[in-house]
Design a protein. Structure first.
Length: 147
């Protein structure tokens, strides 16, 4: 199962790192402790709507943009085979929704869908999966994220 707090944390971290900013810079701007922001980014804590808005403001992003990105990632995860069930050993398969590759023995699937989103799914346990996604720039269509 994909945890919403992990997807939110990944999206926040990707935005922060994309701006080449430190946790300290963003935590100060959002008026939140560095440790708590770190826990949010790692998916260990779920931020309140007020705190999420403050963090988005500190990152210069709209809350609606972040939530749309999170929603798109969760919707994509719901459509992928093997995200909500244990990953079985199987050969590489190509589907109409994208390309699915499995890293042998690690329970990691790497998925690229229509060249716009790169996603990797790691099955941590039968009920828990880690989903990482990133937007792929048009010139970088071969980029695939690894968990």
């Amino acid at each position: 199962m994909v945890l919403l707090r992990r997807v939110i944390g990944d999206a926040l971290r990707a935005r922060r790192q994309g701006q080449h900013r430190t946790l300290r810079e963003v935590s100060t701007a959002a008026n939140v402790s560095l440790g708590y922001l770190s826990e949010i980014e790692r998916g260990q804590k779920e931020p309140s709507s007020e705190l999420l808005a403050a963090i988005c403001d500190a990152l210069g992003a709209r809350l609606s943009e972040l939530l749309r990105e999170v929603s798109d990632t969760v919707a994509l995860a719901e459509q992928l085979p093997g995200v909500l069930m244990p990953v079985q050993d199987e050969p590489v398969a190509a589907g109409s929704a994208g390309t699915v590759r499995k890293a042998t023995g690690r329970g990691v699937r790497q998925v690229t869908t229509d060249g716009a989103v790169a996603v990797s799914v790691r099955q941590d346990s039968p009920l828990k999966a880690t989903l990482r996604s990133s937007r792929v720039r048009p010139s970088d269509r071969d980029v695939v994220c690894a968990a």
